[in-house]
Design a protein. Structure first.
Lengths: 180, 97
């Protein structure tokens, strides 16, 4: 029974993400507040880790990734923000590092597309790009719940086996606080 | 089973490609997924870290291998100047006489 629930979890995450992303299209002109200028976000991600390159390719359940982000809008049209924060991994293995990037909200709505870079610094290093797509739904005042599908690719670092790359694809659930 | 469930979800989301690799929690993608003292190999297996043997084997092997190949070069260079110096000294002496 527990296994069935676990197997259904990513499907549920997919459905929720689709609902969030579809929301701006349905809401249409009702969106007048627009995205926050400055927001803080705490996130938890879980999904699949993969490795490839020389030798055998591998896929396995990823660790749990926890992230704290600060997001600052910098361009109004299209609504673009830059973000930075700290990331920690647990459940299976521990690691900590930083990530930076930029997000675009094409219609000033809930859909957001991000690209950036992540660097895990301790206990071993990993560096590479990241990309995500998802959305946020206001839940109460300045707070919102966010769900993103995020992929990270680690191309260099001391945590990688020789001549291999690794990465992870995760569903990331977040709580955002609209600071400004 | 957990890995496969996640893989199906991500596959449907388009985040991974079909047949990107067999889903197996026993395989590693990074060394930090292995137990203490183990590292992830290119074969995606956790194997004992070669620290003890490698620091003696790799470093020692490198130094051992490097030293002999470097030593003849150094000794030949060292031997060179005296050989070159003797004729010069002889020529100079002959010229003076």
């Amino acid at each position: 029974m527990a296994r069935t629930r676990l197997a259904r979890a990513p499907l549920l995450a997919l459905a929720l993400t689709s609902a969030l992303v579809a929301a701006p299209a349905r809401a249409g002109g009702d969106e007048d507040d627009g995205p926050p200028i400055t927001s803080l976000e705490g996130r938890v991600g879980y999904g699949l880790a993969f490795g490839g390159g020389s030798g055998a390719s591998s896929q396995r359940a990823s660790g749990v990734t926890m992230t704290a982000l600060v997001d600052q809008a910098v361009i109004e049209a299209p609504w673009t923000s830059i973000f930075g924060g700290i990331v920690a991994e647990g459940y299976g293995h521990g690691a900590a590092g930083v990530l930076v990037g930029a997000r675009v909200r094409p219609s000033r709505g809930r859909l957001r597309i991000a690209g950036g870079a992540v660097g895990l610094l301790v206990p071993r290093t990993l560096f590479g790009p990241l990309a995500s797509v998802g959305g946020c739904l206001p839940i109460d005042g300045a707070f919102g719940i966010c769900l993103d599908l995020e992929a990270q690719l680690f191309v260099t670092g001391t945590d990688l086996p020789d001549e291999r790359v690794a990465g992870q694809a995760q569903a990331v659930l977040g709580i955002a606080f609209d600071a400004l | 089973m957990r890995c496969r469930g996640i893989a199906v979800g991500l596959l449907l989301a388009g985040l991974i490609a079909p047949g990107a690799g067999a889903c197996n929690d026993a395989l590693c993608t990074r060394s930090s997924e292995c137990d203490e003292g183990f590292v992830c190999t290119p074969e995606a297996r956790c194997e004992p870290a070669p620290d003890a043997s490698a620091s003696g084997g790799v470093d020692g092997g490198g130094v051992d291998a490097g030293t002999p190949s470097g030593t003849p070069d150094a000794s030949s260079l060292d031997a060179g100047p005296p050989d070159a110096a003797l004729p010069d000294a002889g020529i100079d002496l002959d010229a003076d006489l």
